[in-house]
Design a protein around this ligand. Structure first.
Ligand code: 2P0
Length: 305
């Protein structure tokens, strides 16, 4: 039986995408910059079903299949339209990190699915188009079609460089599913937050500044921008009505610990997506010290880059 396979990774945004210019096409309101996290991985395989009734999604470790969600079905629909093959599919997926808790699982899952479908249907689409197709499912997934540092302006991601010394780990403080999904959260923020309107005035400028700091490997400036952008996104969430709180008290402990570590010299940054778990970004020479500051104090740490 024919099988398609795809492997992909999550990414962490240094400049966050929050809000949509066009919901139908899933076009982000603002540009974003991310790093693809090579040590965290999702593997997906696709086959036709025997009974051809409906698409099924089987996640590793779960005994029962589930129906594919809206994000995955938009991507599947695209491949069906260009190939004319409308037979139902079984999609199997497994990740080496917890899903559904703000560890960018949809970016990894959707990008792995796009690669598996491209392999399954033998479509061999160019990378830029694969990135655009991933965006239709989940905009952050468009960035995971590339390795290294990725800039997404509006429709697709582009590889813009590598920073070999950069090291990143996730700090898991909760494995509970987030209460407000990011699509819903963005909708609420863009409708109700005046701080979000203000964010739009400065975010592209900040994005240019971080790209320059990355090019010139200026860690201090880079780290400050990463923390400020995460703080601003979460402030916009808190300014939404009703307010959205992704971070919890343990997340704030991560923030405090980083500021403590940075008291003499900026050696690390935190950043949070739509969930309470944090990502810590540092450089190779500081990695062990920064990691231990968390691992030795009861935090669960996952190596990401
Ligand atoms: C990001 N996030 O840039 C931002 C920061 C979460 C916080 O992209 O609606 O799952 O599927 O396009 O990609 C998460 O949003 O949203 C996200 P959709 P997605 O990584």
């Amino acid at each position: 039986m024919r099988e398609g396979v795809g492997t992909s990774h999550p990414n962490i945004a240094f400049i966050k995408y929050w809000g949509k210019k066009c919901e139908e096409e899933n076009i982000p309101m603002n540009g974003s910059v991310s790093q693809t996290l090579g040590r965290m991985c999702t593997e997906t395989s696709v086959v036709h079903t025997e009974d051809d009734v409906q698409d099924d999604l089987i996640s590793y470790g779960e005994s029962e299949p589930t129906k594919v969600d809206l994000k995955a079905s938009r991507v599947i629909k695209y491949f069906r339209e260009i190939t004319g093959d409308r037979k139902a599919l079984v999609i199997r997926t497994k990740s080496n990190f917890p899903a559904c808790c703000g560890l960018a699982s949809s970016a990894s899952g959707i990008s792995a699915l796009v690669l598996a479908l491209d392999d399954f249907y033998r479509t061999r689409l160019p990378r830029e188009l694969l990135s655009s197709v991933a965006r239709m499912g989940s905009a952050s997934a468009a960035r995971s079609l590339h390795s290294g540092i990725v800039h997404m302006q509006s429709t697709h991601g582009e590889h813009v460089g590598e920073w070999e010394e950069l090291r990143i780990f996730a700090v898991v403080v909760s494995s509970a599913q987030k209460r407000v999904g990011s699509t819903e959260g963005m909708r609420c923020t863009s409708r109700t937050s005046s701080l979000f309107q203000k964010r739009q005035e400065g975010v592209e400028k900040r994005l240019e500044r971080i790209l320059e700091a990355i090019r010139e490997k200026r860690f201090r400036e880079f780290a400050l921008i990463v923390m400020q952008d995460s703080n601003e996104m979460h402030a916009c969430c808190a300014d939404s009505f009703p307010p959205i709180f992704y971070m919890n008290d343990r997340s704030r402990d991560i923030v405090e610990k980083i500021h403590e570590l940075n008291s003499d010299e900026v050696i690390a940054a935190y950043t949070f997506d739509a969930g309470p778990n944090g990502f810590v970004v540092t450089l190779e020479p500081h990695y062990e010290r920064v990691r231990r500051a968390f691992a030795d104090h009861g935090f669960s740490v996952i190596e990401a880059l």
